[in-house]
Ligand binder design. Structure first.
Ligand SMILES: Cc1ncc(COP(=O)(O)O)c(C=O)c1O
Length: 390
């Protein structure tokens, strides 16, 4: 964990509790901190599977802190304060704030000042702060990643109640080991460490996996090289992708971390204000361009037309094929994309209104199933990784 944060912070092994991936870690921390019905605030857009991981078995509720494109989706203390008030007005007990830093789906990271102010915010409100730092070592530009652990070390102790601060981590992204199911709850609060340790029986990492990883991770040079090379390659890949997609007049939110880009396709929507138009475009991209991207609404984005595309889980050839298809599609269909979709709908409607209704219901259902059953399940959303194929 220290290496993934550039060696700027050290972690106490006694505070590490293992779990089944960050998925298990996120659920464990909810069980430790909250009762059913308690609320956590989460800046939106947020990782789609939080709705499953944090809520399903714990009964915890999520209230989004909406972030807007007009501000590059930046989280502010004012926005957190607004959501806190809103929750209180509906008689909800706010137990904490959850951040994903760097962000999935945005690929951006919080600057130190914002993070420090958010630490002060939770201390003021006496609520917990859980920071999911699963993408800590994916930063490829824009300065160093700042872990909440660094902020806790730096901020004057009278300004922060460290008992409220918890980190979720995993080897899934930084080390590219999602299948190993190695997650971590790291808490500055002794009671939470003790509670999480008891809960960890439900998601233990096998001893064989631990033995193998201990041997791998204790090779300092290997880990240093791996992390450096991985972020270097992510940076190159991000550049190739964003430059390529720009040729199709598609812009992405400026980002510097993560495995994905947040694409602005608002200009391709039939109706810029409608999430139905977003889902319509999503289907067009799947059916005609044959690419699986994730619509912003699945991340609870409040503005239709944003899509997350993962650029890291394929080889170079596949990336170029994908970029070529997008460029080709946009250039052939400029301004006609959505009109064509509606023309098609008309033809089908004429043929059989009944069949169309069936199709629409099933598309909607299948989207809802993807959404509810775990849109982010790797099997559904990601093409098979080269490793898996091999
Ligand atoms: C923000 C975030 N948290 C947690 C997870 C789940 O990670 P894991 O595979 O370690 O369970 C993901 C996976 O995409 C994620 O993006």
């Amino acid at each position: 964990m220290g290496k993934a944060r550039g060696g700027r912070v050290t972690f106490d092994p006694e505070r590490v509790v293992m779990s089944g991936g960050a998925t298990g870690a996120n659920e464990t921390i909810m069980f430790c901190l909250a009762d059913p019905g308690d609320v956590f605030l989460i800046p939106s857009p947020y990782y789609a599977a939080f709705d499953r991981d944090l809520r399903w078995r714990t009964g915890v509720e999520i209230i989004p802190v909406p972030c807007s494109s007009s501000d590059n989706f930046k989280l502010t203390v004012d926005a957190a304060e607004w959501a806190y008030k809103k929750a209180q007005e509906s008689n909800k007990k706010v137990k904490g704030l959850i951040l994903t830093n760097p962000s999935n789906p945005l690929g951006t990271m919080l600057d130190k000042d914002t993070l420090t102010n958010l630490v002060r915010f939770v201390t003021r409100k006496n609520i917990h702060l859980v920071v999911d730092e699963i993408y800590a070592a994916t930063v490829f530009a824009g300065g160093d990643f700042v872990s909440v652990a660094e902020v806790v070390n730096d901020v004057d102790i009278s300004e922060v109640n460290v008992d409220l601060i918890h980190i979720v981590y995993s080897l899934s992204k930084d080390m590219g080991l999602p299948g190993f199911r190695v997650g971590i709850v790291y808490s500055f609060n002794d009671s939470v460490v003790s509670c999480a340790r008891k809960m960890s029986s439900f998601g233990l990492v096998s001893s064989q996996t631990q033995l193998m990883l201990a041997s791998m991770l204790s090779d300092d040079q290997f880990v240093d090289n791996f992390l450096m090379e991985s972020s270097r390659r992510l940076g190159i890949r991000h550049k190739v992708f964003t430059t390529g997609i720009k040729k199709a007049d598609i812009a992405c939110l400026t980002s510097n971390a993560g495995l994905f880009a947040w694409m602005d396709l608002r200009h391709l929507l039939r109706d810029r204000n409608s999430f139905e138009s977003e889902i319509e475009l999503w289907h067009i991209i799947i059916d005609r361009v044959k690419l699986n991207v994730s619509p912003g609404s699945s991340f609870r984005c409040t503005e239709p037309g944003w899509f997350r595309i993962c650029f890291a889980n394929m080889d170079d050839d596949t990336l170029h094929v994908a970029l070529g298809r997008i460029q080709d599609f946009v250039s052939k269909n400029k301004n006609k994309i959505v009109e064509k979709a509606s023309e098609n709908d008309q033809v089908i409607q004429n043929k059989s209104a009944k069949k169309l209704k069936w199709t629409q219901t099933n598309l909607r259902l299948s989207f809802r199933r993807l959404y509810e059953d775990g849109l982010s399940s790797p099997g559904i959303m990601s093409p098979h990784s080269p490793l898996l194929r091999a």
